[in-house]
Design a protein around this ligand. Sequence first.
Ligand code: RIB
Length: 304
Amino acid sequence: MKVLVFGSLNIDHVYQVPHFLRPGETMDSLAYSRNAGGKGLNQAIALARAGMDTAFAGAIGQDGLFLRQLLEDTGVDTARVQVLDSPTGHAIIQVEVGGGNAILLLGGANRCITPEMAAHALEGLCPGDWVLLQNEISCGCEILRMAKQRGLCVALNPSPASPELASWPLETVDLLLLNEVEGGDLTGCTEPQGILDGLMQRYPDSAVVLTLGADGAYYRDARQQLYCPAVPVTAVDTTAAGDTFTGYFLAAWLPGGDAAYALRLASHAAALAVTRPGAGASIPEAKEAAAFMDRTSKNGDCDQ
Ligand code: RIB
């Protein structure tokens, strides 16, 4: 089994700030760094570091070759990464004291993906292989349809939330991984239980993972609901915590379907990621995540 991440590659411009900019305000930042990011890239790194056979499809410009190199160095198959005559996507990220972030995107090459490129990128996958999508590239809806037509399984992290998602055939998604903002947009509910119930009513054949940041995460399918508390840590930068969770959950869940174990491992990997600056660079190796889980196992038990 293999997972193809079909997603975004971004150059992250990260500014440490005393507080998020207010409308009309000009402010000095405390520090700057230029990092590898993009929800697609981050999730692919998490999958690969968690031990999954991972391939990537997406697009960069000449200025983003280092992103492809990072994926390759992490063991991700980058044969489906196209270099286009367009600037690489980028993100302007404010990180405030305490680790919270605010992210402004420019899609660049991520938004130049065409249905033809998508069809080509899905060649060579076999029924039973998985495609992991987010919502930072063009043609996401078409990719979902094509993947299902080819008998592939699809995991979707519908992030960032956008009105277009309402027209995607979400009922065909096998695993939906989302936070309470995205869940609220899809269901109109604000409470976790209402979101989970609403999602299961709409998509009864899907499995759902609902992440709540410091309030933990739920897994729900037609047979069971599980809850796993977050692992308490001192946050430095929460960027890519959700991506780390997504990649680790999928890598741990796919082989045997053990959702409780996957929630626990993903929670620990995401907790480690928030203790470090950056996106792709903050994602732990599998051995580190497993050792951290062993040490803090009392904190990570899942409840039915
Ligand atoms: O989820 C974090 C990511 O969101 C960042 O790396 C940024 O590039 C945006 O895609």
